[in-house]
Design a protein around this ligand. Structure first.
Ligand code: HEC
Length: 254
């Protein structure tokens, strides 16, 4: 039995290793206990993303409860459409056909996006838009080549461009400059016209947005984590009771 259990454990290992992914320019660690970050993420999502991307499997009311946002505040500030109510799923009015006609690709529902692509990918994607005048949207993306989505966060981030510059990131087939230790790359993304936010402020905002999408992908995780210590305590106490019960049963036999 033990052997089989070990075999199962090893069989699962590559799956987790693969899920971690690689080759992305940025990484982030979601923090589902950071209520302020999740609340800000939800605010940004509703303001900048929901017009195109629904969250079909997430209700406003559930998010409000989990993120500790009062109902009135959600109704006044986050439920924009007159067709939507507090208990509704986070739908939008866009039809898939329209999305496809307007952008060339339908904006997908993002409820499961953090499970599908992983938070590192979403975080990197949102930070990797750069100006490309050959595209109809005026932008391209270093993580998602020829993406059909416009850079909707540009007012906050500013205009980011792909330039040639020295970088700390190793470049394939190149040895570092002996004096500076840096590499020369033409894939460096840099904000050339500032937006409303400083680059580190913008990274924080994108962190919150990604954190919110990580929560949406697994809304029960918050509750499960809160419940875990209680379950362990219960099993521990049950174990003690069972032990004394066993002693009681066996006393007459020995
Ligand atoms: C104006 C409409 C529009 C808005 C607003 C918008 N997107 Fe998109 N988004 C798209 C389209 C269209 C695609 C599909 C791109 C493609 O397949 O080329 C997309 C794709 C994506 C993807 C990749 C999906 C995948 O796995 O293929 C993510 C992640 C994403 N958007 C996140 C966001 C976030 C976060 C916001 C808010 C900051 C946002 N989007 C706002 C139109 C939009």
């Amino acid at each position: 039995m033990k052997k089989q259990l070990f075999a199962l454990l090893f069989a699962l290992l590559p799956v987790t290793a693969m899920a971690a992914g690689g080759g992305l320019p940025y990484s982030m660690e979601p923090d589902l206990h950071d209520q302020a970050s999740l609340q800000n993420g939800m605010k940004l999502y509703v303001n900048y993303c929901m017009g195109c991307h629904s969250l079909e499997h997430q209700r406003f009311s559930r998010a409000a409860e989990d993120l500790d946002i009062p109902q009135a505040l959600v109704e006044d500030n986050l439920v924009f459409s007159p067709d939507l109510a507090f208990n509704d799923q986070m739908h939008n009015a866009m039809q898939a056909d329209d999305g496809e006609n307007w952008f060339g690709a339908p904006p997908p529902d993002l409820t499961m996006e953090s499970r599908l692509r992983g938070p590192d990918w979403i975080y990197s994607y949102l930070l990797s838009f750069y100006r490309d005048d050959s595209q109809s949207t005026g932008v391209n993306n270093a993580v998602f080549e020829l993406v059909a989505m416009p850079n909707v966060l540009e007012p906050l981030q500013g205009v980011q461009e792909r330039i040639c510059a020295a970088t700390d990131e190793p470049v394939e087939g190149q040895s570092p400059d002996p004096l500076t230790g840096k590499y020369q790359s033409c894939d460096v993304l840099r904000v050339t016209q500032p937006g409303e936010m400083e680059p580190d402020e913008f990274e924080d905002a994108v962190y919150d947005l990604t954190n919110f999408l990580a929560y949406v992908g697994e809304p029960s995780k918050l509750k499960a984590q809160a419940l875990a210590p209680k379950v362990l305590l219960f099993i521990f106490i049950l174990g003690i009771i069972c032990y004394f019960l066993k002693r009681e049963y066996w006393r007459d036999i020995h």
